[in-house]
Design a binder for this molecule. Structure first.
Ligand SMILES: CC(C)(COP(=O)(O)OP(=O)(O)OC[C@H]1O[C@@H](n2cnc3c(N)ncnc32)[C@H](O)[C@@H]1OP(=O)(O)O)[C@@H](O)C(=O)NCCC(=O)NCCS
Length: 430
């Protein structure tokens, strides 16, 4: 049973919006809109009375200055009772796993019975900032007593200071972008361009098949987008015509001369939201609900971001398995976040490597190989998209529904995140 402390946490419902490329179908919706839309629909579909929701924990990665606590605004906008409290979390690409584990801890310890958790992201609506000199001048001007004081505040501003400052998908501590970090991983771990392209093709092919088969029908909602209220019902991130030759033609993006990371083997910038309802097992029984599954264990790990930024799952996964009292070979299904094909292949390689275990895990046995038929069976973030904060909740629902379909018992989730962070979770069906 692993190292569970306190009440067992059941995941009773999960839903997401379609995930769409930034600047496309959801370009007029904010992260708050997407969070509200998925929350309201999830509640309605679950049949759980809104008054049962004690707590809302939601997250976003790119924060808007106008929304200090997006979880609370989502709860209010989705029509939850004013009495259900709410707070916001942020852990880069593992944000909605953080929302889940924060709520799970509160449930396990008896402080909360039922929580609604999730993540939402709009890469179409990123806050564009001001340069520091311009922001300082504006503050000074607001304090000016006369018009002349106000005008004087801007006297040192240059043309360069007036340029808008977009948020960077780069490490604050190293200045390196995610793509550049993935390039470094590919080179240091010997992950070839061919292997990356083959993995990306695998992801897109599987996602296209899953969409065609209706696999996602119960876990992805339709979104009616104003002003015309046309329905968006499907991810627009996966390629229906994916062939491995198509990927080979693309030019590297982050190291144009010697690189191997392309638009084809990277996850796209994406808009979307995903949410879950979680509660104490005893509460689910009392409400007569059949959970999708249960949280068995979770673990986070951190590594030096200047080393291999997206390699922390090589540390969080051994931890989560130890906490679950399981071996890698006991796992029936793997959901591994696909930031870049090179990152997934680097993580898989580390789990299987005796050298890695010797060097980095105190000489422990390597975890072992992940069987291809158990890994990301319906695609992953490369093809399904990656609205940063929503990915974890997407993976939880996708994994539990797949366990339900196949009658299998255990799923392992792994997410690499900015800052050199890794998240891992073991879920079980019964
Ligand atoms: C890699 C990245 C820069 C590419 O952005 P982009 O140029 O807007 O990507 P697009 O989807 O428009 O693809 C570029 C082109 O490649 C083509 N392409 C992509 N995959 C293809 C494939 N498999 N076969 C053929 N063509 C393909 C697209 O059709 C497009 O062609 P076009 O320019 O003629 O329209 C962007 O997706 C990115 O920054 N991703 C990483 C995000 C990130 O860091 N996430 C954090 C992870 S934790």
């Amino acid at each position: 049973m692993g190292s569970r402390i306190g009440r067992r946490v059941a995941i009773v419902a999960g839903l997401r919006t379609p995930f769409v490329k930034s600047g496309s179908a959801f370009k007029n919706l904010s992260a708050l809109d997407l969070g509200r839309i998925v929350t309201a629909e999830l509640l309605q579909r679950s049949g759980i009375a809104p008054k049962e929701i004690d707590q809302v924990v939601f997250g976003t990665v790119i924060h808007h200055v106008s929304v200090a606590n997006i979880a609370r605004e989502i709860a209010l906008a989705a029509g939850l009772p004013r009495t259900s409290e709410a707070y916001t979390v942020s852990r880069a690409c593992a944000t909605s796993l953080q929302a889940l584990t924060s709520a799970a801890d509160a449930i396990a310890t008896g402080n909360v019975d039922v929580a609604l958790v999730g993540g939402t992201e709009s890469m179409s609506d990123v806050p564009i900032g001001l340069s520091r000199p311009l922001a300082q001048a504006m503050v000074l001007a607001s304090k000016g007593k006369t018009v002349l004081d106000k005008v004087k505040a801007f006297s040192t501003i240059t043309a360069k200071d007036v340029l808008p400052v977009p948020p960077a998908i780069a490490e604050f501590s190293t200045g390196q972008s995610m793509g550049e970090s993935a390039e470094k991983m590919a080179k240091e771990n010997g992950i070839s361009r061919e292997a990356q392209d083959a993995f990306a093709n695998r992801s897109h092919t599987r996602a296209a098949k899953a969409w065609a088969d209706g696999t996602f029908a119960q876990e992805v909602m339709h979104v009616l987008v104003p002003p015309k209220y046309e329905a968006t019902s499907e991810d627009n991130t996966f390629r229906k015509d994916s062939t491995v030759e198509g990927y080979a033609k693309l030019k590297p993006v982050f190291d144009r001369k010697f690189g191997s990371i392309t638009a084809g083997n990277s996850s796209p910038l994406t808009d979307g939201a995903a949410a879950l309802i979680v509660m104490a097992e005893e509460k689910a029984k009392a409400l007569g609900l059949k959970p999708l599954g249960y949280l068995r264990s979770y673990a986070y790990a951190g590594i030096d971001p200047s080393w291999q930024l997206l390699q922390a799952p090589a540390f969080s996964v051994p931890k989560v398995l130890a906490r679950a009292g399981l071996r890698l070979s006991d796992i029936d299904l793997f959901e591994v976040h696909e930031a870049f094909a090179a990152q997934v292949l680097s993580n898989l390689q580390a789990w299987a490597s005796r050298d890695f275990a010797k060097k980095h895990l105190g000489g422990a046995e390597p975890l072992g190989e992940v069987a291809d038929e158990k890994l990301n069976v319906h695609g992953g973030s490369l093809s399904l998209g990656h609205p940063f904060a929503a990915t974890g909740a997407r993976m939880v629902t996708q994994a539990l529904r797949e366990l339900g379909r196949t009658g299998k018992q255990t799923a392992l989730l792994s997410i690499c995140a900015a800052g050199g962070l890794g998240a891992a979770m073991v879920l079980e069906r019964e």
